[in-house]
Design a protein. Structure first.
Length: 282
């Protein structure tokens, strides 16, 4: 059984796909027909009797073949170049009857590096005890399709939402969304894994120092009782202001007396005062 050949390359690089046959030094490309095809349906390029007879438009100005070892060179590599290829070599005999010399597949595995995960966080609700945060992690421009994971203080978490999209160039973008309820500062890590490569970013999620205290409004009974107390207090002050002066004037001259009599009556000394005066004179 033939060992399956796999060639790895990154987007933008130059890669060579080996063929299963090498032309001896005693011969030349004129004695052969060579076909490089992709997915067994698309002819990337073809040579017959030393001349190129076909080339796929998408590979124009990006491919060339070695005249001796028949290696197919591709530069720069694109995501769409990913997949299986096949090198078919025919030898032209004396009677120009082609004989298949080799026919073997080789797989090109193209990768593209994802960007370092970008982490953002925003507080959706904050109290003195805890804070609810929406954490987003995203990475873009990579290949193949990735896996995204998250962890808080090195403990794995399951994303609330995780989506992967593909651009027109065949590159993937990935985003994960997580709702967290934290009571203290924690370390959050986001990782993107693809083709055995892991890219990670970490961020310290800080619990906001400012907190919102949710006050409970007073009940209806408390409001009613407070209103009654205030009304009674105001009535008491009103009554006191109205009747207290009249009570104090009861010790003064009677209103019906004349002014002069009132003055005499009020100024008339008491008996005890008279006795004391006389005693003092003696």
């Amino acid at each position: 059984a033939l060992e399956k050949k796999v060639v790895k390359s990154k987007v933008g690089e130059k890669v060579g796909l080996p063929c299963c046959h090498e032309i001896p030094s005693s011969e030349s490309l004129h004695n052969y027909r060579v076909y490089w095809q992709k997915n067994t349906t698309e002819v990337v390029l073809a040579y017959a009797e030393g001349k190129m007879i076909s080339k796929l438009e998408r590979y124009e100005n990006r491919t060339e073949m070695d005249d001796r070892n028949l290696t197919l060179w591709i530069s720069p590599v694109e995501i769409l170049d990913n997949g299986p290829y096949q090198c078919v070599v025919q030898h032209l005999g004396i009677l120009q009857n082609p004989v298949v010399v080799c026919d073997e597949p080789v797989t090109l595995f193209v990768t593209a590096d994802f960007s370092n995960p970008n982490i953002t966080a925003e507080v959706s609700n904050n109290s003195c005890e805890s804070a609810e945060m929406v954490v987003r992690c995203s990475s873009h421009g990579g290949f193949p399709k990735p896996k995204i994971s998250g962890a808080v203080n090195n403990m794995s978490l399951v994303w609330n939402t995780s989506r992967v999209s593909k651009s027109s160039l065949g590159l993937y973008n990935v985003t994960g969304i997580l709702w967290l309820n934290i009571t203290k500062d924690v370390s959050f890590t986001c990782s993107v894994e693809y083709n055995g490569v892991v890219k990670s970013s970490s961020w310290l999620l800080k619990k906001p120092n400012e907190c919102v205290v949710h006050t409970v409004p007073p009940s209806y009974n408390v409001i009613t009782a407070s209103s009654i107390i205030i009304i009674v207090f105001l009535l008491a002050i009103t009554l006191a202001a109205r009747y207290l002066p009249r009570h104090v004037c009861s010790h003064c001259c009677k209103p019906q007396d004349s002014v002069e009599e009132g003055v005499k009556e009020c100024m008339k000394p008491s008996m005890s005062s008279k006795v004391t005066s006389e005693t003092s004179s003696v």
